[in-house]
Design a protein around this ligand. Structure first.
Ligand SMILES: [Zn+2]
Length: 368
């Protein structure tokens, strides 16, 4: 089968490699779509972000077929290994999280998402940048009927957004501000509505995501024209937002007009409110603990991975249902679909330089 192989940073080939055989508890997946993540693209360029040591070791080991990346995907089960009874040939699947060890105290007590011994798809084992992928069934969830392959490949970040907004503990009637209208900011804004918020505001400095937010019932605040903190205070009778979501991450300079998004969230939240930390901020930020203390702010760092939400459902399953029902139209952010594994390099460029390519979300690679 064809697969992307990466033998050096910033260099890839599409090579013919053996098609894997599923072992016990595993399935073989016919991959239809792969969506790149920003982390994967930064790693490809040799940047020292999450998983860097693993990627560097894999490349330095000199395996002629180093297989990396591809944890956001949609595919169809095409073969079941022994002891697989939860999936059948023909099921469409995605993976909302990592593979858990199943043996540690967290896994044994039903808190798999805290497992410290995870295996990451595309880093610790080959991912889905190939015609076929072999994966255990444990991290997989079904892609519901009515959800397209493009949406299926974009479901993994939504599962994280669902868990974030569950942890935000929104009460009916709440006013919510989301700072940053990127993929997860947009998702968190729509989920806030779904979870009962009365008014949801989103602030950014880019027209297009603000327009999409407005078309979906979210109040847009253009930070180049309006101070978001003042706007939210005014709209809430001077109180501020019940929940303020920091969904910018990375360097604290984009999506706002020269202001620190986390500081904006702290200023915009009301007394006794919640600041929800969705973005992964790089480096350190300055904050004044006294201001958080005097306003009695709860600074919530959401759980990671896939958490059980009740009998028969978890965040990975619920994410698919939200897309199937139309509650969160994630297809809006799939703007660049490229044909074939050979487009990997272009997909990296688009995903990292969205503005230059007029892209909203990461690029997707379509396999035949
Ligand atoms: Zn574990």
């Amino acid at each position: 089968m064809d697969a992307v192989v990466i033998n050096e940073f910033e260099s890839f080939d599409v090579a013919n490699v053996p098609r894997p055989e599923p072992s016990a508890g595993e399935v073989l997946i016919d991959v239809s779509r792969v969506q790149l993540s920003v982390t994967e693209c930064l790693l490809y360029r040799g940047e020292s972000v999450a998983h860097y040591d693993t990627v560097k070791r894999q490349i330095r080991e000199g395996n002629p077929y180093t297989r990396l990346f591809g944890h956001e995907f949609c595919g169809t089960v095409t073969e079941c290994g022994p002891e697989v009874d939860s999936y059948q040939v023909g099921d469409r699947v995605y993976a909302p999280g990592k593979i858990h060890c199943g043996a540690c105290p967290y896994c044994r007590s039903g808190h798999e998402n805290y497992c410290p011994n995870t295996e990451a798809i595309g880093y610790d084992r080959p991912g889905t940048l190939a015609e076929y992928a072999r994966l255990p069934v444990e991290p997989l969830r079904r892609v519901p009927a009515g959800v397209s392959d493009a949406e299926g490949a974009a479901l993994q970040p939504l599962a994280s957004s669902v868990l974030c907004m569950v942890d935000a503990d929104i009460d009916p009637g709440d006013d919510v501000l989301v700072v940053g209208a990127g993929v997860m900011g947009f998702q968190c804004a729509l989920l806030a509505k779904r979870f009962g918020a009365e008014s949801v505001y989103v602030t950014d400095i880019r027209d297009r995501p603000l327009d999409i937010a407005a078309a979906n019932g979210v109040v847009p605040i253009d930070a180049t024209q309006t101070d978001p903190v003042a706007a939210v205070r005014e709209a809430t009778g001077g109180l501020g937002a019940d929940v303020a979501v920091e969904a910018v991450g990375g360097a604290q300079s984009h999506a706002t007009s020269g202001d620190d998004p986390l500081a904006q969230a702290f200023r915009a939240v009301r007394r006794g409110g919640t600041v929800l930390q969705v973005g992964h901020i790089s480096g350190d930020v300055e904050m004044t603990p006294r201001s958080a203390r005097s306003k009695a702010i709860r600074w919530e760092n959401p759980r990671k991975g896939v958490a059980d939400l009740g009998p028969g459902t978890d965040t990975g399953t619920l994410a698919g249902e939200f897309v199937a029902s139309g509650a969160v139209p994630i297809g809006e952010y799939v703007t660049h679909e490229l044909a074939g594994l050979g487009s990997f390099g272009t997909a990296v460029d688009i995903t990292l330089e969205k503005k230059a390519h007029d892209a909203l979300g990461p690029a997707q690679i379509v396999l035949d």
